[in-house]
Design a protein around this ligand. Structure first.
Ligand SMILES: *Cc1c(COP(=O)(O)O)cnc(C)c1O
Length: 492
């Protein structure tokens, strides 16, 4: 059998033979499932050693990701696009072409900065690349694309920063009126206009995500694209930085060699970032544990501890790490699809995935045992987990500040990761916490933790909040779904 690695299939069995291009533009699969690759490229020690010679991140990125893109974009073109996605101009705070630098905090503890991009959140890492891919593919097809998304914080501005000014894409971004930080709202306000439409809704995040899903089922809106991590292109674009983080740490210590294991700690909401770590592990990157860190919205922590997926009823709690205030992790279906593969043949078992999702839908909770696979455990699959409270975050921000003699101020999401690392990781091997945002975005929480706000040394953010004075920056949605349909139709 010839396996083409850049072919995709829905978790629920349809859309076999989809290409990267299809997946990039469609977002969701036609049967309500989400796309997964048929096969993953594999890395042994030798291939990791070769990869370790590639120093500039854009080249490194293409090296790892190109197997997922396949023939949809030529390799030369991919390189060109990656060098447009990751530039010194967009990542002004880092040196030497390494846009995902790892720093040592002490002992076995490391932090990998993923938030050096235009909006100071890790979502830039994937979205900068996805925006470039979309414009390129749409140009070639001579098509336009309308994208509908929902944000609880950073997706909004990161997607807007990557798509702003593109001629073939228009973006409609729903956001909750309350819950995001003022800085996050100001970032979205700054990007409003032209092809970027901000839509404010009097609701929490989860219902907004549902609105997005249901509108895509309605006539005339089936072709709406996605920029959340439902879009596999985003996940694929997050995998390379795990390889980079791993190699940076191994290279930094004489006693370590390629092949030695590390743990990664990932602050999680929709589980896109943790999924990218999981795929990297399946590709052969020596990851021992993927430690999922949540805030008070701890559905993923409970899931990993119990193997029972039970998103709570009611709304997500608003916390001081707001980009993780999510109670339903859409990407988990991808992990389910992988784990439910047949024990005998290794083939996907979409029927069982559909059954799993149906029980979840009908009963509000589900386990692997309920679909006849009591043998499956998320811990055996490499996951560990923990959760943090607001008080934990404040304490951890202070601890890291002290440990680094006042040089390192981490944001509340990264603090969720570091806190869980300190409590749940064994710390007997390098433990890399993913930094998903910069502290400057969350001044009130940092002030509460340290007694002062982080300095806004980055001129991009110096006077962010004045953008909130623009009365047209957000459209106030009235009339829920009907209003949304009217607005999108009138503006596309
Ligand atoms: C989106 C986001 C997360 C959660 O990432 P997922 O991939 O949805 O799990 C964590 N931290 C920050 C700062 C984010 O913006």
């Amino acid at each position: 059998m010839i396996v083409n690695m850049s072919e995709y299939i829905s978790t629920r069995g349809e859309d076999a033979g989809s290409t990267y291009e299809d997946v990039l533009l469609a977002g969701q699969a036609s049967d309500g499932g989400i796309f997964i690759p048929n096969e993953l490229p594999q890395y042994d020690t030798k291939r990791l050693e070769e990869l370790s010679e590639v120093r500039e991140y854009p080249d490194f990125f293409v090296e790892v990701r190109s197997d997922f893109v396949g023939d949809s974009i030529s390799r030369d073109q991919q390189t060109l696009l990656a060098h447009q996605a990751y530039t010194e101009e967009k990542f002004p705070g880092v040196a030497g072409g390494n846009y995902v630098p790892v720093r040592h905090i002490g002992g076995q503890l490391y932090i990998q900065a993923l938030s050096e991009g235009p909006t100071a959140a890790f979502k830039d890492m994937a979205l900068q690349a996805v925006g470039q891919d979309m414009e390129y593919v749409l140009d070639r097809l001579d098509q336009n694309l309308r994208i509908l998304g929902a944000t609880s914080g950073d997706t909004g501005s990161a997607a807007e920063a990557s798509l702003k000014g593109l001629s073939r894409v228009s973006l409609f971004m729903l956001s909750p009126k309350e819950g995001m930080s003022e800085f996050q709202r100001a970032q979205m306000a700054a990007l409003s206009g032209e092809n970027i439409h901000n839509i404010a809704v009097n609701s929490k995040f989860d219902p907004l995500q549902k609105m997005v899903t249901s509108l895509k089922k309605e006539e005339g809106f089936e072709d709406l694209g996605a920029v959340n991590s439902i879009n596999w292109a985003r996940v694929a674009s997050q995998i390379p930085y795990y390889f980079s983080g791993y190699l940076q740490v191994i290279r930094s210590r004489d006693e370590l060699k390629i092949g030695d294991e590390v743990d990664f700690v990932v602050p999680s909401g929709n589980m896109g970032n943790a999924l990218a770590a999981y795929e990297a592990k399946r590709m052969g990157l020596p990851i021992r544990k993927i430690i999922v860190a949540t805030n008070e919205n701890d559905v993923l922590d409970k899931l990993i501890q119990s193997d029972v997926y039970a998103p709570p009823v009611g709304e997500a709690e608003t916390t001081s790490s707001p980009s993780m205030d999510i109670k339903r992790a859409n990407n988990f279906e991808r992990i389910v699809a992988d784990l439910l593969r047949s024990e005998q043949t290794g083939e996907h078992d979409p029927e069982r995935v559909r059954e799993y999702m149906r029980i979840l839908q009908d009963e509000g909770s589900v386990s692997f045992a309920r679909v006849g696979r009591p043998d499956i455990s998320l811990k055996d699959a490499g996951f560990e987990s923990g959760s943090s409270t607001h008080a934990d975050r404040l304490r951890v921000i202070g601890q890291v500040f002290n440990q680094t003699e006042g040089t390192d101020i981490i944001d509340p999401h990264t603090a969720d990761a570091v806190g869980v690392a300190l409590r749940k990781a064994k710390l007997d091997i390098p433990t890399i916490c993913m930094e998903t945002a910069k502290a400057v975005k969350f001044e009130p929480t940092i002030t509460q933790a340290l007694g002062f706000a982080p300095e806004r040394t980055d001129i991009r953010f110096a006077d962010m909040e004045h953008h909130l004075d623009n009365p047209d920056a957000f459209y106030d949605l009235i009339g829920a779904m009907d209003g949304l349909k009217r607005y999108i139709s009138a503006n596309s």
